[in-house]
Design a protein around this ligand. Sequence first.
Ligand code: SF4
Length: 98
Amino acid sequence: MTAGPLSDLVDVRHLRWQNDGLCKETDPEAFYPLATGGTNGREGKRICAACPAQLMCLDWGLHHERYGIWGGTSVNERIQLRKQLGIREPTEDIEEDE
Ligand code: SF4
């Protein structure tokens, strides 16, 4: 395999853990509770707790995602973790190519 630009490597990493994620088989509304006006994210967090991709997802979420449940953490929990770990707030969410 030939190494491509860094952006390609990030995309591959993103896709790899998503393939292992339990959320791909569940209701997406469980992971975006504020956007949908639904639950407080408890159901999404419950699913994340059993997910084999949780650590990769949390790492991604801390660095790239401002909204939703990622790696078992809420928006506010990631804000606190970023402060504790010295991680800059993401400026925009990364959208996947269709
Ligand atoms: S940790 Fe949660 S949000 Fe992340 S891939 Fe797993 S189920 Fe999906």
